[in-house]
Design a protein around this ligand. Structure first.
Ligand code: PHE
Length: 344
């Protein structure tokens, strides 16, 4: 037994592990619950009583030697490990925290809502799947109007006329729902997605977004329309942005107009964005046609009002100079990351 202990002692003294794994093997071999020291203590039970005194001492010393060796090595190994592993270097800067960004269309929509809210407009929404009545008939579209044609509208159910079901082609359908379901005065804006059967390209898409506006009360005039939209443009694009109204036609407004603003990119000097005209069209508008009011159960002798509708992509293009409409719906992070990050 003494020989055995001498041999182990030599082994322990010579032991010099290269890494923590080797040290662990050492611990298991000598100090583990099924280790050699445990075996020696087992053997010790069998030695004669007179040898017990001397051997007991030797054995205890040997155990202490093994434990001390293990503890020393453990300490030196872990401290060099820290030096070598830079991932525990507390002086390194922390990992960045990724914050998302708002989609440019959301930014523009929120800004538009903000401006009109300050003028007392509420926000309303309607369904994207619409019937013929809300999308066309109530809005005074004649039966044979080309906008009802299969070319522009995605029909879901086609029953040759009145009970057609389609994806809404404009947010004007929400005007109808609002007037049918409430009592004037109305003062609301209605943002939402609309669909048209167009080939997808840089300049056209099969869906896009609009913001509709509706203002119905007694004695509302075209001057109110002009002033409201003029104010809106000054707020959105800055003081001094010029506006002009051109006569136009929509079945649901009379008179109707399209509104242009002085090009925000070249300030009217002429550029690619405004096709060198200095002006860009941003919305359609007009006084709500009395037929539409009557279709929605509103007394057109007592009430008048105006409506307008604008494309959000166009508004965003002018703000951020985005030249390809497809970017809005491709979810390319390189594109999306460029927009203002909101602090939460
Ligand atoms: N709905 C029209 C369009 O899609 C825009 C519009 C809305 C025009 C309201 C006048 C009044 O082009």
């Amino acid at each position: 037994m003494q020989d055995q202990i001498d041999q182990y002692t030599a082994e322990i003294n010579a032991f010099s592990p290269a890494n923590a794994d080797e040290l662990e093997t050492f611990r298991i071999k000598f100090l583990g619950t099924k280790g050699l020291i445990k075996d020696l203590f087992e053997d010790f039970k069998t030695v004669g009583p007179e040898e017990k005194r001397t051997f007991g001492k030797v054995l205890n010393q040997f155990k202490q030697l093994a434990e001390a060796k293990y503890n020393d090595l453990k300490e030196s190994l872990t401290s060099t490990d820290i030096d070598q592993k830079s991932d525990i270097d507390l002086t390194l800067p922390g990992d960045g925290f990724q914050v998302g960004s708002r989609h440019p269309l959301s930014l523009v929509r929120n800004e538009i809502i903000d401006i009109f809210k300050r003028l007392g407009f509420v926000v309303a929404e309607g369904p994207e799947i619409e019937d013929d009545w809300h999308n066309f008939s109530a809005l005074n579209f004649p039966e044979e109007h080309p906008a009802r044609d299969m070319q522009d509208t995605f029909f879901i159910k086609k029953n040759a006329g009145k009970d057609d079901i389609a994806l809404r082609t404009h947010t004007s359908s929400v005007q109808v729902r609002m007037m049918e379901n409430g009592k004037p005065p109305f003062r609301a804006i209605m943002p939402g997605r609309v669909y048209r059967n167009e080939a997808i390209s840089a300049r056209a898409h099969c869906f896009f977004h609009q913001v509709e506006g509706l203002y119905i009360d007694e004695n509302v005039s075209f001057a109110d329309l002009k002033q409201t939209l003029y104010h809106f443009v000054q707020e959105l694009y800055g003081e001094g942005t010029q506006v002009r109204f051109r006569p136009s036609y929509f079945p649901f407004t009379e008179p109707s107009a399209e509104m242009d603003i002085s090009c925000t990119i070249c300030k009217g000097a002429g550029c690619n964005m405004c096709k060198y005209s200095g002006w860009v069209e941003i919305l359609g508008c007009g006084m709500v046609d009395p037929n539409v009011l009557e279709n929605c159960g509103i007394d057109s002798k007592k009430y008048t009002g105006f409506a307008f509708g604008m494309g959000m992509e166009r508004i965003a293009n002018l703000k951020y100079v985005i030249r390809d409409l497809r970017l809005f719906s491709e979810n390319d992070e390189r594109f999306l990351k460029q927009f203002q990050t909101e602090i939460i």
